[in-house]
Write a protein that binds this ligand. Structure first.
Ligand code: FMN
Length: 143
């Protein structure tokens, strides 16, 4: 499988999560076609990919108002009709509806969003492994 990864990150947690997910998938022989910023997406890597992984961080007032950081940027991503996608977000306390909102936005650019995971920023290693395992389960390897 070929996966492109797009990330919005302010302080580096979500970028680190993306790198960990990429490493886990590469161990399972997936190709990572590119890891780029949501605000400067690598179009070629998206085009080449079978699945696009989109990650951002939880922005809000910690107990209310949580939403994906960079929601407007996410909605401006290139059209992904015919591609699968999966979403992930990092958070400190409580992501609330962040993943659901991401799913709606990424579905809005045409992708078939097959799932997502909210990752506590203190447990990125464990969460990234879990996310990669879920992807490997959900997307059968090509023969
Ligand atoms: C302005 C701001 C608002 C935040 N709001 C929330 C929030 O509402 N809920 C939460 O769980 N984490 C919140 N966080 C924590 C971030 O989601 C968390 O630290 C995340 O891992 C940051 O990702 P990054 O390092 O990729 O930028 C907030 C962080 C900032 C800077």
């Amino acid at each position: 499988m070929k996966a492109a990864i797009l990330v919005e990150s302010l302080t580096g947690n979500t970028w680190k999560a993306a790198e960990l997910v990429a490493a886990n998938l590469q161990q399972a022989k997936w190709d990572i076609t590119g890891l780029s910023k949501v605000r400067d997406p690598d179009h070629a890597s998206i085009q080449e990919a079978d699945i696009v992984l989109v990650g951002t961080w939880t922005h809000g007032l910690f107990v209310v108002g949580q939403a994906p950081a960079g929601a407007a940027l996410l909605s401006q991503l290139p059209a992904m009709r015919g591609k699968q996608a999966a979403v992930f977000c990092t958070f400190a306390l409580n992501p609330a509806g962040t993943l659901d909102k991401m799913t709606r936005i990424i579905s809005g650019v045409g992708a078939d969003v097959i799932g997502g995971l909210a990752m506590n920023r203190r447990h990125l290693d464990r969460n990234a492994e879990e996310f990669a395992l879920r992807l490997l389960d959900a997307v059968p390897a090509r023969r």
